[in-house]
Design a protein around this ligand. Sequence first.
Ligand code: HAM
Length: 419
Amino acid sequence: MMKAIKGVKDLLPEETPRWRLIEDTAKRWATRYGFQEIRIPIFEATTLFARSIGATTDIVEKEMYTFADRDGTSLTLRPEGTAGTVRAFLEHNRVADPRPQKYYYLGPMFRHERPQAGRLRQFHQFGVESFGISDPRADVEVMSLLWRLLSDLALPGLTLEINNLGFAEDRALYKPILVAFLQGVERRLCGNCQRRIETNPLRVLDCKVPECRQATEDAPRLADSLSQAARDHFDRVTTGLNGIGIPFHLNHRLVRGLDYYCLTAFEVTCSHLGAQNAVGAGGRYDGLVEQLGGAAVPAVGFAVGLERIALMLPQELSLSAVPRVYVAAFGSQAADVGFALLDELRRAGIHGDMDFRAASLKAHLRQADRLGALYSVLLGDDEVAKGSATIRNMQTKEQENFLLSDLRSNLLARLSARP
Ligand code: HAM
């Protein structure tokens, strides 16, 4: 039997209502905040991701699905949406448009990670990117959008953590100070972090391995190396969050796994999620547009993982397609008349169904019950001869006979009287 690829999941009809609720809520909130939908390609030139996410990040070093196109060009399935959105923003010269450039996207992303609950190789993100505004209120705006939409979904145990990553020059000042400290505790670090001292020392700070956390307990803090401008920006971000009542925690260890961030970095975690507890994350990335060949355009955004949100929604949320009317047509003539009636009901806006396999009234009624229909229309060859049919209330089991010509209006009246 053929099976799906490891870390790649089917979403069966029992699960899709939850996903639709998440997607609709996210889109509604994004629209309310003035973000417009953008649809970017699933694959891009590999260099786009290497240049934006950073050559020494886990994503680029070991998690990308990369393959050669027929002409040898290296292509990669998108591991995230920011790089592609920036590429599109530049390619279509959106910088020249004076209107706010605020985009949202939704779709599959691909990372070759070790699969576990909440961590997949094909996963889905909803993300937003806001271009052109250096004002700290843009940071507050995207964080509040993230917070409001997750709160609207009533997810339990959420925490918004924020940190100030400063400017690239601030981090350049801080790096040798941190490296000197890390070299002193090198033997206590995991293999990955020992390697990171050379390649990406800041990432050691948010390693989840308990020994690494202990060893870096007293590490010098980036906050102490920040310039006044970076501090001022962050102060205005925290003041802004307080001003609109968004609760947050400062986490000086929060260092993002993508290299393009500066100043504000944030993450929303959920205490109910276990090891993969980040529901969503983002930050400011003022240097990225320029790094990819454009002007110096400030930007800020976030992405949430839809699988992780779905894990936190109550299981009983299943709004699957329940027919309101089931057409139980049996007998050679009645089957065809019933099929035409079903078509008429559907065109009138009624959610109706029938089962073409059922041959007897009993089999039809069993199926109507299984599907949860409110009413059944019973139609045998005798009724067809008389031009009538019976409406059965599936809950009370009451039955009433009507002319076929009156059936549609009668059902519409019954259904509109129900919640
Ligand atoms: P990220 O932190 O790499 O950031 O991913 C954002 C979210 O995607 C995570 O918090 C998590 O919920 C979800 N996620 C990531 N990897 C997986 C996985 N393997 N399986 C399931 N869910 C996953 C970004 O991608 C940035 N582009 C966010 C951003 C937008 N920053 C600025 N704008």
